[in-house]
Ligand binder design. Sequence first.
Ligand SMILES: NC(=O)c1ccc[n+]([C@@H]2O[C@H](COP(=O)([O-])OP(=O)(O)OC[C@H]3O[C@@H](n4cnc5c(N)ncnc54)[C@H](O)[C@@H]3O)[C@@H](O)[C@H]2O)c1
Length: 377
Amino acid sequence: MKLPLKIAVVGCGGMGTGHVCAITGMGAYAEDAGITVYRAAYQGQVEVTPLDGKLELAGIYDIDPARVAWAQSHGFKCYESYEEVLADPDCDIVLIALPNDLHKEYSIRAMRAGKHVLCEKPAMLSSQDLLDVIEVSKETGKVFYPRQNRRWDYDYIMLKNVFDQGLIGEVFDIESRVHGSNGIPGDWRHEKARGGGMMYDWGIHLLDRMLDMMKPRKLKSVYCRMRYATHDECDDGFTAVFTFENGPEWHVEVGTWNFEKLPLWYMCGEKGTVTIKDWSDMDGSMSILKKFEDENLKPILAGEGLTKTMATRSSDSVVTTKCPPVIVNRNELYLNLVDACNGEAEQICKPEQTVRALRLMEACFESSEKNIVVNFE
Ligand SMILES: NC(=O)c1ccc[n+]([C@@H]2O[C@H](COP(=O)([O-])OP(=O)(O)OC[C@H]3O[C@@H](n4cnc5c(N)ncnc54)[C@H](O)[C@@H]3O)[C@@H](O)[C@H]2O)c1
């Protein structure tokens, strides 16, 4: 077993810089850069196992002189070409944090040069591209690790915990969404050929988590509408309905032109309902039915009509609490990567799982284009 493994960050833009900071322990970067850290509210439950002695930065490679200057100002090694990265005997893993259309070529070249690969999402632009990359991984014996980091998001793990423990009984409806109002970021994400659009950007995270949470259930069908509110070429959001064998039904939504946000999560089961509002309001609210009959229920005058059906239940029939807290280890993905490269562990994020997520994205595009329900599995 080799330790520490050394990783070269290729593409040191927004995400690559985040990796450099996480790997080198420059945790203060986000605050220094004036970035609001929404983790503060649930810090107590977030662990950060130090990477010391396990994973170290070999250096960075970027074609933008400004990013090179930033890396040099922190004393990091800067490669002059990708060939130099691949020829460096000190580098064990190449981290691909490049625009999406470059992931395939750069991953294949890295594995053929004897390097393992950690690849940013979306791993590839199509399921076939990823199957090609998996072939190279098998041929070379090198790890290809798709970075599905949002499986470690606190909100996801907290909701999954409620689901796995059956705290609200049999679940029949789950809504998973992200809402913003800034449109598509004004970079390569505007270009379809470069893997632009929100399905590739956020959709892959939300679909990956849904498939992860539902495994081993089969996904029966998909109906999706892509949205083009701000852009003609690339989707700036979508709404999709996914039906699993024996339930539940998932409603997944990404919106970048939503000036009022709906909750990140909304989950309904036979015994209750869970809501997780936003990254800034992460405790989650869980209402659980104590008894079905509510003798104290009285009709309310709602709008211009009287209703008992929609009246709020009394507190002796429903109890509302926060969701049980969970523990998240923010560095688990890096640690699993190191163990997988050393043949000591199975990958938590497997390329075959990402093939399934990419196939599902393709089904979403087809559904939206033809305005049909697509049978999936
Ligand atoms: N997992 C996540 O949470 C997450 C979040 C943000 C971005 N990402 C992913 O990370 C990747 C990069 O996104 P970003 O937001 O950092 O983009 P970005 O545009 O900020 O950074 C890309 C960097 O790559 C450099 N670059 C472009 N072509 C290059 C080449 N041929 N050789 C070397 N460097 C080159 C650019 O100069 C730039 O610095 C994308 O795949 C994106 O989807 C993942």
